[in-house]
Design a protein around this ligand. Sequence first.
Ligand SMILES: *Cc1c(COP(=O)(O)O)cnc(C)c1O
Length: 369
Amino acid sequence: MKKRLEDPIAVTRSSLPPLEEYVEMLKPLWKSAWLTNMGDYHEQLKEQLKEYLMTPQLELFVNGHMALELALQALELEGEVITTPFSFASTTHAIVRNGLKPVFCDINSVDYTLDVEQLENRITKHTTAIVPVHVYGNFCDVERIAAIARQHELKVIYDAAHAFGETLDGKGAAEFGDLSMFSFHATKVFHSIEGGAVAFRENWLRQRLYELKNFGITGYESVEYVGTNGKMNEFQAAMGICNLRHVDEEIAKRKKLAKRYRERLSGVSGIRLCPENPRVRMNYAYMPVVFDGYKRDRDWIFQELARYNIHARKYFYPCINRYACYQGQYDEKETPVAARISRQVLTLPLYADLAPEIVDMICDIILEG
Ligand SMILES: *Cc1c(COP(=O)(O)O)cnc(C)c1O
């Protein structure tokens, strides 16, 4: 018997370390009174993340969006930047807020990343960069994107907000492109309450990113760039350090739940799940399900789950090229696959401590439709 749950189930729930563990981390801050501006925890987290993400260089930021915005600014780009409309607002906003023009390329209908077959058609003489998204942790076609970027001399800045800790053929997500942005928002697999990072290889970028997040200050008496305040504080870094100790465990729990969803929902006519790529170590951040010709449509399932107090999310609906703030500039019809998927996709609840029984209940509701 299914009945409405008393406590709501959201699409995700922030993981938290044991309270005592975090409190222990706070004690030194009360001694030093060094609360932000690249303190000890900031430096420790940075080193730990370099290792975890397998990247030679990394800078931390107050949030993922600021990380992406400043990554683009650091490269001093001009003109047009090709990106996907099937993402979170941040991806395109970061381009626009840098005075650049986003050019939307459609996604493929298999894993919803940029359709590399269409990528070259979107390149003009004004194109300077590509900002692809490893959406839901599905790796973009990094090899093709690299080849196209090389041929046309374009920079590649990955929005890797969903790809924390993932590997492709054993290589970390940070290995691809010129720069990769990770988000450590509370709702992500790994978080520092709010937070983010840019991973890169070229040495000169380190100082530039550091200065941009610190008002463009280059010395005690010199300010050389119009920077901003994008610094991660010590309370964030402490949370990050605690969570990093537990993240592998969290991912293992998510993996079990994702497997349970897959066992119930795969092979059902009209229901599509992202293919599992044997080359990829996933982080199981999201459980996107596409209803394409299923007996019930996405919006019906969404509302039916809500009747039971289960709140899935329409990630990503609407597409960015339909946002009111971009009205009149873009047409969703130019990216028909993204337009269609955005109306068919539902992201089901998935987080480490979600009860397996809830996963079963969600599947029952969907299948009994
Ligand atoms: C979360 C997210 C961001 C922004 O990260 P914040 O840390 O929330 O600023 C950017 N892009 C994508 C795809 C995201 O999911």
